[in-house]
Design a protein around this ligand. Structure first.
Ligand code: 6PG
Length: 483
């Protein structure tokens, strides 16, 4: 064999195929293998014809064609298939070789796999890859984590194939050890769920409450895409509004039952595990669940009626309010997502670079937006920022949007239009800025019925008290525990 390949890829499905074409276009020779080997031949003789690809018909053949240290990337369905493949690849590799999982794996699996692969004298990388089919081909956002010793060997390939933003900065950097890369990708997906839901709520209000046409909504999204809300998801929403089939907006012929593959749910579960109020993403997952109960909703609509009232007043002013609600909710969502990453970093011992993560998401991925520059700036100013809402830029922006946001949530509630993310974001904001919450009563209730104890405002934190509220209970307090 003449030239050895710089990297090998297993899994020629849509993402794999586009990613290797991207690699090849940047000057790398890529060996490719697929379990159904006809796919290899079809690719090498089709889209990959006359390019620097080496088609392999077995894992051994693939591994043998690689430059050392060998880099074997897999893009297969997350879950058991990844473990099975790792076990098939390992016997062919030598110390220092690298296995890369570029699928949407759950981060605990990547933590476990890093340990397992390292125990065999090899290196492991679990990398988030975002941007869909087009991103894979032209430049995705890449979020690699795993064995730090692997990074110098894959850095050039990863940064060369990734999306670039201003001044050629790559949307790819080392995220951290173990499952850090897949964790950050999971949070990206959770934020993606949130961004999609807040945009959908804006659309719902404009359509049902303001009675706007798709052309009018197209123009609004187009306008919003020129300012603070400039993002890929705003842009495609604008285009979806204008897309017609047989003279009708296609979006109205799409069934209102959302699908999900689970990454948003993982984000919500992780937030509950870590005790982080990730309310907006949580609500956006539940909103998809409620939407999928289509048949039941149709029945419920007959029983419970449809109370939607129409808007009366200054329409343009209210559209500006919706923009405020959207922007403020988006700030809350990212603030919550960053708190989650911060807690996970403490829990798992990761040294996450929060500004760097904003840059990785700045281009190539589904949540790419100009807004992420501001997040980068905030963490550049203060790398230990506890919450984005406390950065002066975001504090001012939310305060500017606050009245409009409240107006939209208030009117939507009165009109009977569901706004789970707009309203939960506002409740979080109100809760976060409230010095005294009613949790004193909650603690009293816990102590009343279960002797769970409470702390006092007139005593130092960490001292716990129990009251015999009824005179019937004893003095024994239940053991204190915190989530
Ligand atoms: C990306 C996306 C992608 C995700 C899809 C579908 O970053 O390119 O996040 O990884 O799989 O968006 O997700 P759902 O089916 O859960 O909506």
């Amino acid at each position: 064999m003449s030239k050895k390949a710089d990297i090998g890829l297993i899994g020629l499905a849509v993402m794999g195929e586009n990613l290797v074409l991207n690699m090849e276009s940047k000057g790398y020779t890529v060996a490719v293998f697929n379990r159904t080997t006809e796919k290899v031949d079809k690719f090498v003789n089709g889209r990959g014809a006359n390019k620097n690809f080496i088609g392999a018909h077995s894992i051994k053949e693939l591994v043998d064609s690689l430059e050392k240290p060998r880099k074997v990337m897999m893009l297969v369905k997350a879950g058991a298939a990844v473990d099975a493949l790792i076990d098939q690849v390992i016997p062919h590799l030598e110390e220092g070789d690298i296995i890369i999982d570029g699928g949407n794996s759950h981060y605990p699996d990547s933590i476990r796999r890093t340990e397992y692969v390292e125990s065999k004298g090899l290196l492991f990388v679990g990398s988030g890859v975002s941007g869909g089919e087009e991103g894979a081909l032209t430049g995705p956002s890449l979020m690699p984590g795993g064995s730090p010793a692997a990074w110098p060997h894959i850095k050039d390939i990863f940064q060369n194939i990734s999306a670039k933003v201003e001044n050629g900065v790559p949307c790819c950097d080392w995220v951290g050890e173990g499952g850090a890369g897949h964790f950050v990708k999971m949070v990206h997906n959770g934020i993606e769920y949130g961004d999609m839901q807040i945009i959908s709520e804006a659309y719902h209000i404009m359509k049902e409450y303001l009675g706007m046409t798709h052309k009018e909504m197209h123009d609004v999204f187009d306008e919003w895409n020129k300012g603070d809300l400039d993002s890929y998801l705003t842009e495609i929403t604008r285009d979806i509004m204008a897309y017609e089939e047989d003279g009708e907006p296609l979006v109205e012929n799409i069934l209102d039952a959302a699908g999900q593959k689970g990454t948003g749910k993982w984000t919500g579960i992780t937030a509950l595990d870590l005790g982080v109020p990730l309310t907006l993403i949580g609500e956006s997952v539940f909103a998809r669940c409620l939407s999928s109960q289509k048949a039941e909703r149709v029945e419920a609509a007959k029983v419970l009626g449809s109370p939607i009232k129409k808007f009366e007043g200054d329409k343009q002013a209210f559209i500006n309010n919706i923009k405020d609600a959207l922007f403020a909710s988006k700030i809350v969502s990212y603030a919550q997502g960053y708190v989650l990453m911060n807690e996970a970093a403490k829990e798992f011992g990761w040294d996450l670079n929060y500004g760097g993560i904003a840059l990785m998401w700045r281009g190539g991925c589904i949540i790419r937006s100009v807004f992420l520059n501001k997040i980068k700036d905030a963490f550049d100013k203060n790398p230990a920022l506890p919450n984005l809402l406390l950065d002066s830029y975001f504090t001012d922006k939310v305060k500017d949007a606050e009245q409009g946001w409240r107006n939209v949530v208030g009117q939507a509630v009165i009109a009977g239009i569901p706004v789970p993310t707009f309203s939960s974001a506002l409740s979080y904001y109100d809760g976060y800025r409230t010095e005294k919450l009613p949790a004193n009563l909650l603690q009293a209730q816990r102590d009343y019925f279960g002797a769970h104890t409470y702390e006092r405002v007139d005593k130092p934190r960490g001292e716990f008290f129990h009251t015999n509220w009824t005179g019937r209970g004893g003095d024994t307090a239940s053991t204190t525990y915190d989530v």
